[in-house]
Design a protein around this ligand. Structure first.
Ligand code: MN
Length: 263
């Protein structure tokens, strides 16, 4: 099995290195990752400027490619240009910081996994709760154990998964919960300051934390110290609305007919 390993924290991040050490248990690992940290860039891609990339070595061994772009760029180039053949699995992480709730939609880590799924390749995003002294090696052990069990279930090619590990789960034998992504809005606070020229500027504080919700979700399970696994889909269509929205007919007037909406 060929595995493309990527992330959004950059090719020299400790979370990627930890997975690079344990993923060879599952298959051959090749890396294509951003050359610098790209956290929070979501599914951005580079197309207005040229994209440079550099092969990265660990002594004599080639690790893979550092791409001077976004996580999605790295996956596109990895699959389309650098890997000797199409990978069987894309793993993105381990991110330094959880990617749960609506953060899933801001996350470069998850976007890299989504990009892998676009190619029809089963992809897993892996994130660990932020800690200055995070034990990425233990998190990588948990991740590889979960990924191995996931693959044993033979997911349809192109399946997409989001795995999150809270700090509390690193000790002992944590429970894994398969849960939906929370859609509760949070992280809306900014601190307003004034610069030396009297102009206001704003700093996102990521407060307040998500309010408690009665429904079990990734956010609530992580708060309870459990490992969470969420199957994701990138089809944003609200299918339940299609029939009602299409009913009743729609019309668009020809050019020059003078009709405006509300006439
Ligand atoms: Mn990150």
């Amino acid at each position: 099995m060929l595995i493309l390993l990527t992330n959004d924290d950059g090719i020299f991040a400790p979370g990627l290195a930890a997975l690079e050490r344990v993923l060879p248990r599952l298959g051959e690992v090749r890396v294509a990752a951003p050359s610098t940290e790209q956290s929070g860039v979501g599914h951005a891609i580079t197309f207005l400027t040229p994209l440079t990339a550099k092969e990265v070595f660990d002594g004599p061994r080639s690790r893979g490619w550092a791409v001077d772009g976004s996580p999605a760029d790295a996956v596109k180039l990895g699959i389309g240009q650098f890997l000797p053949r199409r990978p069987d699995l894309v793993v993105s992480g381990i991110n330094g910081g959880l990617n749960a709730g609506i953060n899933v939609l801001y996350s470069g880590t998850v976007a890299a996994a989504v990009e892998g799924a676009f190619f029809g390749i089963t992809s897993v995003a892996v994130s660990l709760e932020f800690d200055e002294h995070a034990d990425f090696d233990r998190a990588a052990e948990i991740a590889v154990e979960v990924i191995e069990q996931l693959l044993r279930r033979r997911p349809v090619a192109g399946s997409l998964f989001n795995l999150n590990i809270p700090t509390r789960a690193l000790a002992g034998s944590p429970e894994l919960r398969v849960v939906p992504m929370s859609t509760v809005r949070y992280g809306e606070a900014f601190e307003r300051r004034v610069d030396p020229r009297g102009r206001p500027y704003f700093w996102a504080t990521n407060d307040p934390p998500p309010p408690p919700s009665p429904e079990e979700s990734d956010v609530t399970s992580l708060a309870a110290g459990r490992v969470t696994l969420t199957p994701l889909d990138y089809d944003l269509t609200h299918r339940a609305s299609i029939a009602a929205l299409a009913a009743g007919g729609w019309s668009i007037a020809p050019p020059g007919s003078g009709r405006r909406s509300g006439d």
